[in-house]
Design a protein around this ligand. Sequence first.
Ligand code: IPE
Ligand code: IPE
Ligand code: MG
Length: 247
Amino acid sequence: MNLLESIHLDNLPKHVAIIMDGNGRWAKQKGLLRAFGHENGTKSVRTTVESCAKLGIENLTLYAFSTENWNRPKLEVDTLMKLLVHSLKNELKTLQENNIKLNSIGNLNRLPKSIQKELNEVITLTKDNSKMVLTLALSYGSREELINAIKNISDKVKNNTISIDTIDESIINEHLYTHNLPEVDLLIRTSGEHRISNFLLWQIAYAELFFTDVLWPDFTEQHLYEAIISYQKRERRFGKTSEQIKK
Ligand code: IPE
Ligand code: IPE
Ligand code: MG
């Protein structure tokens, strides 16, 4: 049965975030180099992006490269960067056809200049698209994001543009890379690891978490539907009682 039929289109998560994990293990299981895993992972990116847009998900954020991933062997980092430029060039058409706007979060200055250029070009070319915002988390670390926010807010306090008493959730939100995005409703992690790995720590405070053993290159639209169906079966209480929610 196609799981799509079980999805309630009136109760979709507004923001889905995915920790795309397991490329290396996928390749290893097949006796291939890790690079093949990353290459095949890009196919899952394409199907997931298209499926989310077609369903009507308004925001999709993909964790593509973490601040900690810079510590991987240089060859692997270089391969990932090459794949990224290549994918950005290739996917522009898919983004335009599906009316998807590209966005990015992370310490982008650390990325090679060629990627920054390509990224900015695609962001500019897709800026008026309105069906879905696709955010790529690149050289992203949640702790670094929070440190930057604290520094910027402290600066404003020092210059008297913000008074300490007015610091609240919305001020913090405004100083995060994700300031234009709504809170995460559904966080998916593939590959069987049950951890967050420094991704959107503040933004997932009330997200529903979905872990699957499927390795990222094997992740299909049916797996995405499975995650959304699980999300739709849950009662999000936000600290209240079930009775209050049902009212
Ligand atoms: C996810 O797959 C891709 C990145 C982190 C860039 P991994 O490369 O982490 O694959 P595993 O976890 O080693 O299998
Ligand atoms: C998290 O995966 C980062 C991305 C998916 C980009 P990792 O594979 O780097 O995370 P750990 O090391 O298993 O926590
Ligand atoms: Mg991993």
